[in-house]
Design a protein around this ligand. Sequence first.
Ligand SMILES: Nc1ncnc2c1ncn2[C@@H]1O[C@H](COP(=O)(O)OP(=O)(O)OP(=O)(O)O)[C@@H](O)[C@H]1O
Length: 260
Amino acid sequence: MKSEFAVELRDVRKSFGKTEIIRGASLAVRPGERVAIIGPNGAGKSTLFNLISGRFGSTSGDILLHGEKIDGLKPYEITRRGLARSFQVSNLFTRLSVFENLRCAVLWSLGYKYSFWRFLADAKDANDRAEEVMDMIKLHKRRDVLAMNLTYAEQRALEIGITIAGGASVVLLDEPTAGMSKSETSRFVNLIRDVTVGKTLLTVEHDMGVVFGLADKIAVLVYGEVIAFDVPEAVRANARVQEAYLGSVLAEAQAEAAGH
Ligand SMILES: Nc1ncnc2c1ncn2[C@@H]1O[C@H](COP(=O)(O)OP(=O)(O)OP(=O)(O)O)[C@@H](O)[C@H]1O
């Protein structure tokens, strides 16, 4: 049955040994929404991503993608159902070119591993799609450059390209602008916005400028619980969020954004 939500977490819990890190997190994201997950260090943001993408199994609760339970599935099975994620740590083949990296990502998403004949049939489509993604991430002029010779910002753009290459409808980006300069960051926010049009985006983000520039809604994770999930203005005004100290961080970021 089709759900009104693209991603849904229902009372999800995750313990490592005796320590419960995710403590009953619930969240329901509608198709096409761009959601930033924020919260203090150690709140469990990356863990939540690892649960949604199947890298970790949850201890209890339900995780649904388009209304279907995905907890217990392997990461690649979740990817095949249309959810793709990027990592904080680079996932590139450094000795392959921009084009080859994208082509590999497309072929992988088509499942070439399982059928040589299908691989041959899909090869042209894969090339076309790789070209298309290369245009979207604005790296067409760097087509034949090895990934290791790209600038840092270009490598991060290629990461995004690899993430979206298979046409996933739900995209998870873990700190996509980490380590970038201010001007690179604002260009990158535009790029993320462009390549995720019509998709559901979940992003973990520390940079409040990026959060306000990109997110339709903000989810605030504190001690493994989603304490607020709403449009940015409402989250900023939320008393629980203020208490958890994020209010002042958000106010500062908005003032800064308004000043630019
Ligand atoms: N595989 C693991 N085994 C044991 N503990 C873990 C594991 N992964 C994460 N943790 C613990 O879970 C807690 C939450 O970590 P997580 O990386 O999810 O937080 P975060 O909100 O993403 O933090 P940050 O903003 O610093 O990246 C931390 O205390 C961390 O040490």
